[in-house]
Write a protein that binds this ligand. Structure first.
Ligand SMILES: O=C(O)C(=O)CO
Length: 290
């Protein structure tokens, strides 16, 4: 093939994929050929779905795609991110896991101790967000859970405010992946934010989890965006690639998020099915790069 016809073919490909609203049907290798990202979205990715890829390998891979943020990394591993000039867009390491959260007062002392340790470290490292979980219901009603969560969270809000850190409670589905998890509806999470009444408590609106629980994604984002501090993605059903094989219209959802004026991170949390995980990640980033 001549250089000219190769360039023409590449241009045709680019046009076809733009018209489709992303690159959902192409198995692209991460490559500068795909052009720079637009700069409207702060992209991030979670490490855990990419296991057994090391955190270091992921750092190198995302820099090639053109972004520099990884979610759910604790203080012990921040040095790996720092070596590669990658930021931790959502810290962990203070929580007791998904099942044991703020809804049980018996967890409060340990949780408060954890957040008191990690929040000052975050401020030193320049990181802004830390994850929190409601915990499972274990027979508890919604109102008691709300009251308990608010009581526990209020005890760390002053610290978070002083250090410029936002505590972000994750909304997860309780139908498929996390049976019995309490913070499984956006209205419950919004009510919690209202009760705690601090700009330093937000919700992590996980688009995949909330598609399973509620659907009506764009309306919910428009209505509640002031309480949403962070977004996660994955394809539904299956929690895999966010391509055309799944049901969520990611370009439309991301556009709606941007239209709310959101300046935080949109983080990929899908479990790649493809053996070329980095190609899947680049594809997802391009689909969301509105
Ligand atoms: O573990 C999960 O399902 C999560 O979404 C954590 O972010």
């Amino acid at each position: 093939m001549t250089d000219f016809s190769r360039r023409k073919n590449l241009k045709k490909l680019a046009l076809a994929t733009t018209a489709f609203g992303g690159l959902p049907y192409l198995n692209l290798k991460a490559s500068p050929l795909n052009g720079p990202l637009k700069g409207n979205v702060n992209h991030a990715v979670c490490h855990w779905p990419f296991n057994p890829m090391t955190l270091e390998e992921l750092c190198i891979g995302i820099k090639k795609i053109g972004f520099n943020a990884i979610d759910l990394v604790g203080p012990n591993n921040w040095h790996i991110l720092q070596k590669h000039d990658v930021v931790c867009s959502m810290c962990n390491g203070a929580d007791l896991g998904i099942v044991q959260g703020f809804n049980d007062p018996q967890n409060h002392n340990k949780l408060i101790q954890g957040y008191e340790e990690v929040i000052p470290l975050m401020a030193k490292a320049g990181y802004k967000n830390i994850i929190a979980f409601s915990g499972n219901r274990k027979g508890m009603d919604d109102e008691t859970g709300l009251k308990n969560c608010a009581e526990g969270l209020k005890k760390i809000m002053g610290l978070a405010e002083r250090h410029g850190v936002t505590v972000v409670m994750e909304l997860l589905n309780s139908r498929v992946d996390h049976p019995d998890y309490m913070c499984d509806k956006s209205d419950w999470g919004v009510e919690l934010c209202k009760m705690v009444d601090s700009e330093h408590l937000k919700l992590l609106y996980d688009i995949y989890h909330m598609q399973i629980m509620e659907g009506d994604l764009i309306r919910t984002i428009k209505k509640n965006h002031q309480y949403f501090g962070h977004y996660h993605t994955a394809g539904n059903p299956g929690r895999n690639e966010i391509d055309e094989t799944q049901e969520i219209n990611y370009p439309a959802v991301i556009r709606a998020i941007l239209n709310t004026g959101f300046k935080g991170y949109i983080c990929q949390e899908f479990i790649p099915k493809s053996t070329d995980k980095m190609a899947s990640l680049e594809q997802a980033i391009r689909i969301c790069d509105i």
